[in-house]
Write a protein that binds this ligand. Structure first.
Ligand SMILES: *Cc1c(COP(=O)(O)O)cnc(C)c1O
Length: 380
C-alpha cells in the first residue's frame, strides 16, 4: 500500500517574492540583526497595521517578554493571562520572576472571559495585590471580546497586552488585531499565517514603546562608539536575512487571509450535516477572523465519534490534526499558580480539534480530510 501524501496542519507557504529581499541582503552583505530589510519590514508592517509603531524581533515570545519589561513587571508582581493559549503567552511572566494568574474563556470566541477577568482582578486586589498587566489572546485568529476587555482595563487602570501571534490579518471593529492595548505582539514562526521561519514583532500606538523595545533588544547598547550599557538588555533583534523573508510574505498577507477563510468556509459547507459539530465562529459583524486554524468541537461525542478518534483516523491517513490548546492551568509548569476557571478551557481541550488549514491546501485535500472525518462516523 502506498502512503498518501502528508497534509500538514499549517505549513509555511512561500510566495516567491521573498528571495529578492534575501538576495539583496547577501549582495549588500547585511547579514546582521540590522539593515535595510529590518527597517523596511518595520515600515511595511506599520503601514499595514494602521500606522502603529513596530519593533521586529527574534520571536513572538521575545516580544511578550519585552512588553512585560516595558510595563515594569518585576519579581513577585502578578500578571493576568489567558488560560486557553499556547504556553509562549505565559512563560515570559516567569522570566520576570512574576506570578501568572490565569483566566478562563467564554464560549463565543474561546478567548478570555471579561466577567471572569473582572472577578479575578477584584479577588487578587483583595487577597494579594493589583495585577500589573493583562495578556489576552486572539486564539486561532479569532479576536477576543476586546471592547469588554478594554472597558475593564480602563476601569481598574491595568494595561492590556494583545497576543496576536495567531491573528495577523484579523480585525475587530474594523481595526487590526495586534493594534489594541498598550502593546500587541505578533509571531512569524514557521506555522503562523505568514512566517520568517522564526520571528516576531512588538506593536504599539506609542512610538516610545517601539523605540525602547528596539533598544532593549540590542543589549540596551547606548549610542556611543564604545560599548556603554546602563540598563539590562537582551539579544532579541530580528536578523536582516529573515526580515527579507517577512517582506516577501507581507506582500501576500491578504491572499493568505482569503485562502484561510476559504478553507474555513469549505469545511463548514461539507460538514454542515454532522449533528453537534461546532465551529469557532465570528459572533457578530464586529469580528473578522483570519481563520488561521479552522477549529471545531465535537459537541455530541460518543464512544466511536469523538475528538481523539477523529485525530487518530486522520493520522492513519497521513493527515495532521491536533487537539485544541491544553489550558495553562493544566500544565505542570504552572500547577502552583492561581487560576480563575469556569470549565470552558478544559471542555475545549477535551472535545475539540484543529483541522489542517494551510493556505496551500487544495479542494482535493479538504475532500480527503472531510472523508476521513466521515469515515469515523460511518463506523457507528
Ligand atoms: C506562536 C505563539 C506565540 C509565540 O510565538 P513565537 O514566535 O513562536 O515565540 C505566542 N502566543 C501564541 C498564542 C502563539 O500561538
Amino acid at each position: 500500500m502506498t502512503m498518501s501524501t502528508k497534509i500538514w496542519l499549517s505549513p509555511p507557504h512561500m510566495s516567491g517574492l521573498e528571495e529578492k529581499y534575501v538576495r539583496e541582503a547577501f549582495d549588500t552583505n547585511w547579514i546582521a540583526p540590522l539593515g535595510p530589510n529590518v527597517d523596511g519590514f518595520e515600515q511595511e508592517l506599520s503601514q499595514y497595521l494602521d500606522g502603529t509603531h513596530i519593533a521586529v524581533l527574534g520571536s513572538g515570545t521575545a516580544a511578550i517578554h519585552l512588553a512585560l519589561v516595558l510595563l515594569g513587571v518585576k519579581p513577585r508582581d502578578e500578571v493576568i493571562a489567558a488560560d486557553f493559549t499556547f504556553i509562549a503567552t505565559a512563560n515570559p511572566i516567569l522570566y520576570q520572576g512574576a506570578t501568572p494568574v490565569f483566566v478562563d474563556s467564554e464560549m463565543q470566541t474561546w478567548n478570555m472571559d471579561p466577567e471572569l477577568l473582572e472577578e479575578a482582578i477584584v479577588d487578587r486586589m483583595k487577597k494579594s495585590k493589583k495585577p500589573k498587566a493583562i495578556i489576552f489572546v486572539d486564539v486561532y485568529g479569532m479576536s477576543a471580546n476586546i471592547e469588554a476587555l478594554v472597558r475593564i482595563s480602563l476601569k481598574y487602570d491595568i494595561p492590556l497586552i494583545e497576543d496576536s501571534a495567531e491573528s495577523l490579518g484579523s480585525k475587530y471593529n474594523g481595526r487590526h488585531c495586534g493594534t489594541y492595548g498598550a502593546m500587541g505582539i505578533l509571531s512569524f514562526n514557521g506555522n503562523k499565517i505568514i512566517t520568517t521561519s522564526g520571528g516576531g514583532a512588538l506593536v504599539s500606538g506609542d512610538p516610545d514603546y517601539a523605540r525602547q523595545a528596539r533598544f532593549l533588544a540590542s543589549q540596551a547598547k547606548e549610542n556611543t562608539l564604545h560599548f556603554e550599557h546602563s540598563q539590562l538588555g537582551y539579544n532579541y533583534r530580528m536578523s536582516n536575512v529573515l526580515a527579507g523573508i517577512g517582506r516577501g510574505q507581507l506582500e501576500v498577507i491578504e491572499e493568505r487571509v482569503a485562502a484561510h477563510r476559504n478553507n474555513n468556509q469549505r469545511y463548514r459547507e461539507l460538514l454542515s450535516d454532522i449533528p453537534g459539530l461546532i465551529f469557532q465562529s465570528e459572533p457578530d459583524e464586529k469580528y473578522f477572523s483570519n481563520y488561521w486554524l479552522t477549529s471545531i468541537i465535537i459537541g455530541e461525542p460518543d464512544d466511536r465519534f469523538n475528538s481523539q478518534s477523529v485525530i487518530q483516523a486522520l493520522g492513519q491517513d497521513n493527515i495532521d490534526s491536533r487537539p485544541l490548546m491544553k489550558p495553562m492551568h493544566m500544565q505542570q509548569v504552572f500547577k502552583d499558580h492561581p487560576a480563575y476557571l469556569n470549565g470552558n478551557s478544559t471542555y475545549l481541550f477535551n472535545n475539540g480539534l484543529c483541522l489542517p488549514s494551510g493556505s496551500s491546501l487544495t479542494d482535493a485535500d479538504i475532500d480527503r480530510i472531510v472523508g476521513g472525518i466521515r469515515s469515523v462516523r460511518g463506523k457507528r
